[in-house]
Design a protein around this ligand. Structure first.
Ligand code: SF4
Length: 195
């Protein structure tokens, strides 16, 4: 899908748009909105501290620094604009001029921040024990997994293992995992998008 930057003046000049309400076409809607605006304008002449406070708050947008960057979730290399506040990446905007994706992103790129901030993100080792997931220490996790792997390699050889990683990983993650597979002694390594 190609995204297109639409300016406000363009939307007002555009041809009639169908609405979901058969009794309300665009012209009627604008006309009734004009009545509403007229009442609103008259109301604004009356001093009202509540209205003044609300409009002052509405125009105060947070100051966000924008950085052009590249999505690392696959080799396509789509561009996006990360918005940063106080050193934290808080939102993102389309990078329309980027030659690869022209502003659009797939689901992984659109959710790039969630890989870090999602509540569902796995943050520590978990072990299924007696049908229930339990948190264990990193030391326990590493010891149990490496002991099991060595046992399997001794019994069935290094090609008994297939190492499958996620296309959500960065290129650097993929490089590290491929190196680890070579150290283990197998070429059985791939990522999920090719399966
Ligand atoms: S994961 Fe999606 S958004 Fe990111 S580079 Fe690949 S295609 Fe583009």
């Amino acid at each position: 899908m190609t995204l297109r930057r639409v300016r406000e003046s363009e939307t007002l000049r555009s041809s009639p748009v169908e609405t979901l309400n058969p009794l309300m076409d665009r012209r009627k809607f604008l006309k009734s909105a004009g009545v509403g605006l007229g009442v609103g304008a008259a109301g604004s002449l009356v001093p009202n501290p509540i209205f003044r406070e609300a409009s002052a708050a509405a125009v105060e947008a947070p100051k966000l620094a924008q950085y052009k960057t590249i999505c690392t979730k696959c080799a396509v290399g789509c561009g996006l604009i990360g918005e940063v506040k106080d050193g934290v990446w808080v939102s993102q905007e389309p990078w329309f001029e980027h030659p690869i994706n022209q502003g659009s992103l797939c689901a992984k790129g659109a959710a790039a921040r969630s890989a870090v901030i999602s509540d569902k993100r796995l943050r520590y080792p978990m072990k299924l024990s007696g049908g229930k997931w339990q948190r264990i220490s990193w030391d326990q996790g590493m010891s149990e997994i490496s002991a099991k792997l060595l046992e399997l390699r001794k019994k069935y050889g290094p090609d008994a293992l297939h190492i499958n990683f996620s296309a959500h990983f960065s290129n650097e993650h993929g490089y590290g995992i491929r190196k680890w597979a070579g150290m283990w002694g197998t070429n059985n390594v791939d990522f999920q998008a090719r399966i």
